[in-house]
Write a protein that binds this ligand. Structure first.
Ligand code: LIP
Length: 290
């Protein structure tokens, strides 16, 4: 099965017969196929009923049967199609493949439902986020909104696409004109700290948006639907695919003070305001706190 690579126009075999191949376009084609199928599983379960609601780090950090079912679905497909690859998923953690390392090692990074609280409440802002790493570098990623069907893809060095059209981030150059997306942790002490950071940010920007899914926030920034995004406390599965989409759309994706994007902070902003926003977040100690 040939799949029109929505990232580059590359025709990639999406047969899944990629077997042990680490060829990025073929990996992207499989990632897109799996994300579409996984979003279908989650949507069908949402339509039936939300079941088995459990909590993780706090009473508001929820996980549903759908989160678990989607991750199991993708894990089973990868075991069948690409047994040598490993998988890092939000719900089951790291699962090794049969391949014993070496050049061309592939790891899949999955957030089965990013925006789980939105999924729980029936808000149309949740996504399946699937990234593919080769030898430790994310080379391909797909983020699919499970309600609207909006889909963003990126292939490293070949741009970012939304519904098959190339996307570029905002051209904003003045922080005071910037619409900035962000999010908050689940723990009360972290939320109190983040509220203080937000109090320092609000007067300096056009406005903020808190939409509830890091993966979708990064994709909306890639498209200029928000000008920038930052958040503290993300896990790799929250941002691995969306960060590649944002970077391939021309945004600078960093941490603060020379750090790589990661749990301390992820910042995605166009060159016109990255320095301004970065320096304000440093001054507000946005990467600090509990
Ligand atoms: C969510 C992130 C969001 C963050 C939420 C939560 P989940 O991930 O996508 O940006 O603000 O607190 O972490 O838990 O829905 O996969």
């Amino acid at each position: 099965m040939a799949v029109q690579g929505e990232v580059t126009g590359v025709v990639a075999t999406g047969s899944g017969r990629a077997g042990g191949s680490a060829e990025p376009a073929g990996l992207l084609a499989l990632a897109v196929r799996l994300a579409r199928e996984a979003a279908g599983v989650a949507s069908a379960m949402r339509s039936a009923a939300i079941t088995d609601i459990a909590t993780k780090t706090t009473r508001t950090d929820v996980v549903t049967a759908a989160d678990v079912a989607v991750e199991r679905y993708v894990g089973a497909a990868l075991r069948r199609l690409r047994p040598g690859d490993s998988l890092l998923g939000e719900e089951a953690g790291e699962r090794a493949g049969t391949r014993a390392g070496g050049a061309g090692t592939v790891r899949w990074i999955l957030d089965p439902i990013d925006g789980t609280v939105n999924y729980l409440y029936g808000l149309p802002q949740w996504a399946v986020s699937l990234a593919v790493e080769v030898d430790g570098q994310v080379v391909a990623g797909v983020v699919r909104n499970g309600v609207t069907g909006q889909e963003w893809t990126a292939l490293r060095g070949h741009g970012a696409y939304h519904r098959g059209r190339p996307v570029r981030g905002s051209g904003v150059t003045e922080l005071g004109q910037a619409l900035v997306a962000t999010g908050f942790g689940y723990a009360p002490d972290r939320r109190a700290y983040q509220a203080r950071v937000l109090a320092g940010l609000l007067p300096a920007v056009r406005d903020i948006r808190r939409l509830g899914s890091a993966a979708l926030d990064l994709c909306l920034a890639a498209q200029g639907r928000v000008d920038a995004y930052f958040e503290k406390g993300l896990n790799l599965w929250d941002h691995a695919a969306g960060a590649l989409v944002a970077a391939e759309a021309g945004l600078r994706v960093t941490g603060l003070a020379g750090a790589a994007p990661g749990p301390e902070l992820v910042l995605a902003a166009p060159a016109g305001i990255h320095r301004q926003l970065h320096d304000l977040l440093v001054a507000l100690e946005a990467a600090g706190g509990p």
